[in-house]
Design a protein around this ligand. Structure first.
Ligand SMILES: [Ca+2]
Ligand SMILES: [Ca+2]
Length: 221
């Protein structure tokens, strides 16, 4: 195949690829709505972890019914329950994080009451971010947050975690629900991978033909 034809074919394949997948879906790594968990307190001792999360000993959390009584939200995680500064959950759904790739974490968060200086921290690999009473100034309202993040080195089988600290009372912390962590698609990389094989094959054939011509010339000389 002539190189020009190959390029046209490649462009056509690329165009088709883009047309077929104009908005390739994000790859979901974690989804948690806490609906598989039983209402009650989880202390982090053996047998007292959540279905998909380990609870750190001494940092208990509770599964409660949504205080706004939204049936679609139903069960939610309460970070302040057994101790004022309690609340730390680490996912047991480890996954790989690649440096330079874009990830998105989304969750619903609810500040229980005004007062105090509660802090909620999200961590994935070497990325960490925190929210506090300034970031979530209004108590008694669910808010949805979407955060895009990257990590600076590769991580294998990495958990994500949420930590709560600084609440002034058991009823003055954060609630959490509907956590999603996803990786955004990499269409350019996929496209290159798709074009790489035919291009390599063409280069190989071209070299072979040149070598053959060279040896014919040498034989004729
Ligand atoms: Ca829920
Ligand atoms: Ca609470």
């Amino acid at each position: 195949m002539e190189f020009r034809k190959l390029l046209i074919t490649a462009a056509a394949v690329g165009a088709l690829f883009c047309l077929e997948r104009p908005a390739a879906a994000n790859q979901t790594l974690v989804y948690e709505d806490f609906q598989s968990d039983t209402l009650g307190t989880y202390s982090g001792a053996v047998g007292f972890d959540l279905v998909n999360w380990d609870v750190q000993s001494g940092r208990p959390v509770a599964i409660i019914t949504d205080p706004t009584a939204d049936p679609l939200r139903d069960k939610v995680l309460d970070f302040t329950t057994g101790a004022v500064n309690s609340g730390r959950i680490t996912s047991n759904m480890g996954f790989d994080l690649f440096a330079g790739r874009e990830y998105i974490v989304e969750f619903d968060v609810y500040r229980e009451a005004a007062g105090g200086t509660p802090v909620l921290t999200f961590q994935a690999g070497d990325y960490t971010t925190s929210f506090n009473n300034t970031t979530f100034p209004t108590p008694g309202v669910w808010e949805h947050r979407t955060i895009t993040f990257t990590v600076t080195t590769d991580f294998s089988g990495e958990p994500i975690l949420f930590t709560h600290s600084g609440g002034a009372s058991l009823t003055n912390g954060f609630l959490l629900d509907n956590v999603t962590v996803s990786a955004t698609p990499e269409p350019s990389t996929l496209l290159l991978a798709g074009l790489g094989a035919p291009l390599a094959a063409w280069l190989k054939r071209r070299k072979k033909a040149k070598d053959a011509a060279a040896s014919e010339e040498a034989a004729a000389a």
